[in-house]
Design a binder for this molecule. Structure first.
Ligand code: KG4
Ligand code: ZN
Length: 348
């Protein structure tokens, strides 16, 4: 079976579309186009939902057209369209979902509603990863920090731990803001950290007990604020390196413990913070050699349409799609637990 799936992502501040080809069970990426909005939100130090939706509205169709043109696939050759419908900013999600519904309706093809967090992890499929389920997945983004045990077919996500307050990416972003660095803070802080000493300042590692499965990052931010209040002069690279080290250590400790507890053989780490090279390095060092670590390349760690299209192929084969009049009922949701569609669900 050969078919083409268009993936659309608009859950936060990236408008992205990609075309993948599924051939003999292998996913091949044909195009991947992303319009970023950093310049829109930078001066506010975070994403402004209203501005994000407006920019998606302007960018979405040109991005979709560019993805199809680059893949040299006409609309008529698409077998289905996969689109993020949860979790995310409601206004942003609505732009992508409404475009996908309309295109699917007009073309007479199915729509595949995609959970953005599940898609982050399945981005490893774009590299042809050989996965052994059940596996442990760590999602670390601007909005989420969660560990799951996942069954065959990217099903049954069993929670193993969550952040109790800020997400790891949010901790980077808030810390960077205190230091006057540009948004998004993660990449800016990581760059400065390269020339700093990670042991210079002993920032706290929250919930250090091995029995504690959750994460917490808000105390770290407070600790940085206090440090800056008490030190008029400091080395910016040292502060960045030490702050980054505290986040990385917490992520590594809880993740390695989860892998050992569950006895899985494979670990997948994804989401914007997975692009962090210190995290990659320390995870590799801490994991037992029997565990295979899968991390998408950095460009597939941040939000992208390719991961949506990749999981779209999996869900399509599992008959998880909606078509015809059932398209009317496809919902968007800020949480992961949304119904896929209000109408009847194909294959169910
Ligand atoms: O997955 P993503 O693109 O969007 C969300 O779904 O949130 O993640 C964005 C987050 C931001 O908080 C950003 O600061 C962080 O990922 N990030 C990084 C790096 N690159 C992006 N954090 C640390 N180091 C990086 N290299
Ligand atoms: Zn994301």
């Amino acid at each position: 079976m050969i078919f083409h799936v268009l993936g659309i992502e608009s859950s936060c501040d990236e408008t992205s579309a990609a075309v993948v080809r599924l051939e003999g069970g292998k996913i091949q990426l044909l195009s991947d186009i992303t319009a970023r909005q950093e310049e829109v939100h930078e001066r506010f130090g975070g994403v402004v939902p209203e501005l994000a939706s407006r920019r998606h509205l302007e960018s979405l169709l040109p991005v979709v057209e560019a993805a199809l043109a680059k893949a040299e696939i006409p609309y008529q050759s698409l077998r289905a369209i996969a689109v993020t419908n949860r979790p995310g900013l409601i206004g942003s999600l609505m732009v992508g979902v409404n475009a996908a519904k309309t295109l699917c309706y007009g073309l007479g093809i199915p729509l595949i509603p995609i959970n953005h967090l599940e898609a982050h992890l399945s981005a490893v499929l774009l590299e042809g990863a050989n996965l052994r389920f059940p596996l442990v997945g760590l999602i670390i983004s601007g909005g989420h920090t969660s560990l799951y045990e996942i069954q065959e077919g990217w099903k049954d996500f069993r929670p193993l731990g969550h952040t109790r307050d800020d997400a790891a990416g949010e901790a980077f972003d808030k810390g960077a803001r205190l230091l006057g660095l540009p948004y998004p803070g993660g990449p800016a802080m990581a760059r400065l950290a390269e020339s700093g000493n990670p042991q210079a300042i002993d920032f706290p590692r929250a919930l250090p007990s091995r029995n504690e499965k959750d994460f917490s990052f808000s105390g770290l931010k407070t600790s940085l604020a206090n440090y800056l209040k008490n030190h008029k002069e400091y080395s910016l690279p040292d502060v960045c390196a030490s702050f980054q080290e505290a986040i990385v250590d917490a992520l590594v400790q809880k993740t390695v413990a989860a892998v050992q507890r569950t006895g899985v053989k494979d670990l997948v780490v994804a989401g914007g913070v997975a692009a962090n090279s210190r995290l990659r390095e320390k995870l590799r060092m801490a994991l037992p050699s029997s565990i295979t670590l899968h991390i998408p390349p950095p460009r597939f760690c941040t939000d992208n349409g390719a991961m949506i299209a990749a999981l779209g192929c999996v869900r399509f084969q599992q008959q998880e799609f909606v078509q015809g009049a059932d398209l009317y009922g496809v919902e968007v949701s800020p949480s992961t637990e949304a119904k896929l569609a209000r109408g009847k669900h194909a294959g169910k």
